[in-house]
Design a protein around this ligand. Structure first.
Ligand SMILES: [Zn+2]
Length: 486
């Protein structure tokens, strides 16, 4: 028995170490503790404490305090400069919204929306033009395929009142439809590479340009294809009763937002997708309930139905992605259980979601911060606004006493780099004939942004690549092409 206990302790220690590597331990008190007036203060002894005195980033009406806004704005300005500098050496061919130029166009479009500064819209146009010259026909989704540049292009031209160009983008976007609705193709249904990701592009255009910019029949065809595909797999897997719409990607039944059911159900529940009430109640709802029953006791979700490790707390895999599906289910079906589960997701993200992996949306702090903002928008509970305010800018702006030293981040980068190198060595030849071993060698030699004087490794502020990308062999290939272009 002694041995069992020590083994369990060892596993626990190991697990803690892994968690430590994935996410910063959250140093902040939660909202209730932060907002509580110290007990020794009699309530009338002095005027009410200001948000600054309480350490809160907003006033009692939820309006963000001036200082906090100013800090964020100045950080955005700095980061934009660093990003533009870094983009000079970025992969000229990556036009995706996920990692490439369409993402930059979207960023400027969002800055235009927030500031109404026309210059941002024109910057967005520059990047849109660049992406439209580089469509490659390889993928079809908003995030990773041609539908992203085309949809963003249509919106940017529309805002500039260039209706001819905008319409041309929509026409090209709709030309992709044939591949999407073809039932015999091996196109998946998920958000990153599949049908739901194409549907996202259609709905995005209609949200930004008004209903009717993309006709309803086009949307219906895609929705029908997604539903048919889910029904077919559910029957094949004999799950028609429990999970009437079942999906897989690379033969694995993923749960999360990027590759899994959560992302697909989320799209099907969008009012603009116009899925009929019967399908929502008879098909989508029980499937969501099936997914809910797979959640871990922590409130987090597995990456796939067959995975029982409670490890990843990312938008792509885990609670930060599933929470949006649960919130949407609460809006559509008006049942408290969905909101309760969403709140549980939020708690696990607050505890384990200040990721070391990077700042990005897919598996970084920003994506996890979004979940708090969305829950705040839904519930108006300031607890979630507080969490968003704390989590989001934490990696840039936290005080030295409340945050592990930055050096720690570089150590993580080092170990990520080492893992990337090891995995490269095992990878067979790349498309340009380079072997994994060569890639690994070049990775240790080339990028000036990683090796610093004295052998210390860090990511230069001008380097736009998230550190997490260094972990995967596919990205090591890209890494080399970025460095070679430099
Ligand atoms: Zn991810």
């Amino acid at each position: 028995m002694g041995e069992t206990i020590s083994r369990r302790l060892w596993f626990q220690g190991d697990w803690d170490a892994e968690m430590e590597e994935r996410a910063f331990p959250n140093p902040f008190p939660d909202y209730e503790a932060a907002a509580a007036v110290p007990a020794e203060e009699p309530p009338c002894a002095r005027p009410a404490l200001t948000p600054e005195e309480l350490g809160l980033p907003f006033h009692s009406d939820g309006k963000i305090i001036h200082n906090f806004t100013r800090r964020i704005q100045s950080k955005i300005k700095d980061l934009l400069q660093q990003m533009e500098e870094g983009l000079k050496t970025a992969d000229p061919h990556d036009c995706s919204a996920y990692t490439g130029w369409t993402g930059i166009a979207l960023l400027y479009l969002q800055l235009y929306r927030v500031t109404c500064d026309q210059n941002y819209l024109l910057r967005s146009l520059d990047y849109v033009k660049r992406t439209l010259r580089n469509l490659n026909g390889r993928r079809v989704t908003f995030l990773c395929g041609d539908a992203g540049p085309l949809a963003v292009g249509a919106v940017v031209y529309h805002k500039l009142k260039s209706d001819g160009e905008s319409q041309e983008c929509i026409t090209k976007l709709l030309q992709l439809q044939r591949t999407i609705v073809c039932r015999d193709s091996d196109l998946p249904d998920e958000l990153l590479f599949g049908r739901a990701g194409y549907l996202y592009a259609l709905l995005y255009v209609n949200t930004e340009m008004g209903p009717g910019a993309v006709c309803e029949s086009a949307i219906k065809e895609v929705v029908d294809a997604i539903i048919d595909s889910g029904k077919t797999l559910s029957k094949e897997e004999r799950k028609a009763e429990r999970c009437p719409l079942l999906y897989q990607w690379h033969r694995k039944q993923y749960v999360g937002a990027a590759h899994g059911m959560a992302g697909i159900y989320y799209m099907l529940m969008q009012p603009a997708a116009k899925v009929d009430q019967e399908t929502l109640t008879e098909m989508v709802k029980p499937s969501i309930d099936y997914m809910r029953h797979k959640r871990f006791r922590s409130g987090n979700y597995p990456s796939s139905l067959s995975n029982e490790t409670d490890r990843l707390v990312h938008w792509c895999h885990g609670a930060p992605g599933v929470i949006h599906t649960l919130m949407q289910a609460y809006k559509v079906f008006k049942e408290e259980k969905y909101l309760r589960d969403a709140v549980e997701c939020s708690d696990v993200i607050w505890q384990r979601g200040l990721l070391r992996k990077g700042y990005g949306i897919c598996h970084g702090t920003a994506g996890n911060g979004y979940s708090f903002l969305s829950l705040y928008r839904l519930t108006q509970d300031k607890k979630y606004l507080y969490r968003a305010c704390k989590a989001w800018p934490a990696p840039f702006t936290s005080s030295p006493t409340s945050w592990p030293p930055r050096q720690h981040g570089f150590q993580h980068l080092n170990s990520a780099l080492q893992r990337g190198i090891q995995r490269c060595k095992k990878t067979p030849k790349g498309p340009d004939g380079t072997t994994g071993r060569q890639v690994a060698w070049r990775l240790t030699q080339k990028p000036p942004c990683i090796l610093r004087k004295g052998g210390r490794r860090e990511q230069s502020p001008a380097d736009p690549r998230p550190a997490s990308l260094l972990c995967s062999p596919r990205w090591c290939q890209r890494d080399v092409s970025v460095s070679s272009a430099a």
